[in-house]
Design a protein around this ligand. Structure first.
Ligand code: ADP
Ligand code: MG
Length: 646
């Protein structure tokens, strides 16, 4: 038995969050109770599942429940459960550190957050659960014993930088959390979290739907009677919540508030849902679903180990958290519950993967979520925009993985474009604005709107007044490879293949000019192709440049450098094909080069020309936000050249 009291420091990131909690001005401090009850409920779910899996656990699960105990004089509030409990290591891990993904970003953003309200919102997105107790308590004690273990652990902290842990015996199995409430909230019943009235109100408000009983001992007063009966006080145990399964009810039987609180519980979220979807399916596969589209993206949306998926119930019994089989990956931001009538309580993730019923449910839910988004788009554009800002990058993953719904996905997608500063556009809107004779939807991929707008690839499109979609999410590089067209119009990258922006009339007029240019430049092009052979596979004259001397073009079906980089980052080696260097025959650098090449010269002069070719190629890379393959060499060449002109 280790009676030794160990003092430990909170992990730095945890400390920073804790500090925010301690000094919180969060308007709804009372939500700490929801967090504690939510954790207790999770712990009870886990224990029930564990006892099904492990028959030798030797734990009595006949009366799983949550208990609240308040002491007005001592100013303590205890929330107790007889759930799974935690080992000492788990306490240190789960409570002492922030083991969640995305913590680094959160810290970054918190530092940048301008005011308390902004910080609160960030915290909300992150969901700090247990730490919310420090909004109302100046000391928190946690006593816990894991199911199947004999040692218990006591954890104590005042919300400063440190906490203590010690092993103790004789504790009941499960977890009990004692809050020593801060003094400032004593003035009236309204804020006194030890008042029976207040606790009832909070449980009703935040936790009524919790599937386990939340009990409290209450004092009953029997008044004195005229016949001489004395005033009496008796104590009785009451269950404070109704334990109603919201998903089993129709939407008009449930209030907005009830839905919101339920969402916060199952999604571990602090925001309000943007949209609520209630579904009931009858027939071969019977199930009910209650889904929520959040209004904020969680921090771990793009983390591999992020918490995704909905909760699976079978006939009102909780079976699995984070069940990622019921919705496709690109809808991983959707939270909620699916309650299937006809499934084994012991169902495993492996079984789910091949289950026909699960496949059918996933198909239906996917269609329903997508059609809901479509309705949002036409009926609540403001909310649709929020949704797209938060989850658009995730939804677009569906364009390359879910071909059945590709068309719907394309129709609900919106993109930044050269048309309009802030406003994004749908493809349908783009097509409606297309110029006479325009047959393709033009797009550019890159890292930012700013960078793209300055890209040489866009010059002719701008000059000739063609609208170009500006795609700046990493996923854009990938899905454009799997989408051929929208509404009969092909998608065309401004940096790929040949572009043809001239009308028939213009073409005829330019034909002669072009032939002549090609003749004039033929020698230069051949020479450049040899000189730059290790970098590019072809050098040709461009129809897309009006200002820049040169740009690099990928073959119609080639892999762009950005895409190659993404593959490499994910550990996949892909051959990067050489690209095509396009020259602007009107640019002085190109005409100058042509003249110099024509006149020829001695070895020294030819070497200098070759350097100019290198510089030309390097600037084409720089202009698209890339770096020359040998930056030091490029910088050296450039510096030499500049030295001669100053
Ligand atoms: P979250 O609930 O979002 O995971 P919390 O901060 O609320 O975050 O809780 C952190 C973790 O601590 C939980 O995931 C759980 O593993 C553990 N925990 C908290 N409360 C309990 C409890 N009453 N019983 C067992 N484990 C708990
Ligand atoms: Mg929690």
């Amino acid at each position: 038995m280790n009676a030794h009291v160990e003092q430990l420091e909170f992990q730095a990131q945890a400390r920073q969050l804790l500090d925010l909690m301690v000094h919180s001005v969060y308007s709804a401090k009372e939500s700490f109770l929801r967090e504690l009850i939510s954790n207790a409920s999770d712990a009870l779910d886990k224990l029930r599942l564990e006892s099904l899996r492990n028959k030798d656990l030797g734990v009595d699960t006949s009366d799983l429940h949550i208990e609240i105990e308040a002491d007005k004089d001592a100013r303590t509030l205890i929330v107790r459960d007889n759930g799974i409990g935690m080992t000492r290591e788990e306490v240190v891990d789960l409570i002492g550190t922030l083991a969640k993904s995305g913590t680094a970003e959160l810290r970054e953003k918190l530092r940048a957050a301008k005011n308390a309200a902004a910080s609160e919102e960030l915290i909300g997105q992150f969901g700090i659960g247990f730490y919310s107790t420090f909004m109302v308590a100046d000391r928190v004690e946690l006593l816990t014993r894991k199911a199947g273990e004999s040692d218990a652990t006591r954890w104590v902290s005042s919300g400063d930088g440190t906490y203590t842990v010690e092993s103790v015996d004789g504790a009941a199995q499960g977890t009990s959390i004692t809050l020593h409430l801060k003094p400032e909230d004593t003035e009236d019943d309204l804020h006194d979290y030890t008042s029976e009235w207040k606790i009832r109100e909070l449980v009703k408000k935040y936790s009524d739907f919790i599937a386990w009983p939340i009990r409290m001992q209450v004092e009953r007063r029997t008044p004195a009677t005229e016949e001489g009966g004395q005033e009496r006080f008796t104590v009785e145990t009451q269950t404070l919540n109704s334990m109603k399964a919201l998903w089993a009810k129709s939407k008009d039987e449930v209030s907005e508030e009830e839905y919101k609180e339920f969402y916060k519980h199952i999604a571990h979220a602090w925001d309000d849902p943007l949209e609520i979807i209630a579904m009931k399916a009858e027939g071969t596969f019977e199930y009910q679903a209650l889904l929520f589209i959040p209004s904020h993206a969680p921090f771990d949306l793009f983390a591999r180990d992020g918490r995704i998926g909905v909760q699976l119930y079978v006939k009102r019994v909780f079976v699995m958290a984070d069940c990622d089989q019921l919705l496709p990956g690109y809808l991983r931001f959707v939270k909620g519950v699916v309650d299937a009538a006809d499934m084994s309580l012991n169902v495993s993730r492996e079984i789910l993967q091949q289950d026909r019923q699960v496949t059918a449910i996933r198909r239906r839910l996917t269609k329903k979520v997508l059609s809901t988004i479509k309705t949002l788009q036409s009926e609540r554009p403001e909310d649709y925009r929020t949704l797209w800002t938060q989850f658009g990058a995730v939804l677009k993953e569906g364009l390359m993985s879910d071909f059945d719904n590709q068309e719907t996905l394309l129709s609900i997608s919106s993109f930044a474009s050269t048309q309009g500063e802030e406003e994004s556009t749908t493809l349908a809107e783009y097509v409606a604005r297309m110029k006479d004779g325009q047959e393709q939807i033009f797009y550019a991929t890159g890292q930012s709107r700013q960078q793209l707008l300055k890209s040489p690839h866009l010059e002719a499109f701008k000059a000739k007044g063609y609208e170009v979609l500006l795609l700046t999410d990493p996923v854009d590089e990938i899905w454009v490879g799997s989408v051929q067209e929208f509404g009969g119009k092909a998608l065309q990258s401004v940096a790929k293949g040949e572009v043809d922006l001239d009308s028939e009339d213009e073409k005829a007029a330019q034909e002669a000019e072009r032939l002549e240019a090609e003749r004039d430049f033929a020698d230069l092009l051949t020479w450049l192709q040899e000189t730059l052979g290790e970098h590019v596979k072809e050098v040709r004259l461009s129809t897309r440049l009006t200002e820049s001397p040169a740009c690099l073009i990928t073959d119609t079906f080639g892999i762009t450098p950005a895409l190659a980089r993404m593959y490499r980052a994910s550990g996949q080696a892909v051959p990067v094909g050489k690209r095509i260097l396009e020259l602007n025959p009107k640019h002085p650098l190109v005409t100058g080069l042509q003249q110099a090449h024509k006149s020829g010269g001695d070895d020294g002069q030819m070497r200098q020309l070759a350097e100019t070719a290198e510089l030309l190629y390097g600037t084409a890379l720089l202009a698209e936000g890339d770096v020359p393959e040998d930056p030091a060499k490029f910088a050296g060449l450039l510096a030499d050249r500049l030295a001669r002109t100053v």
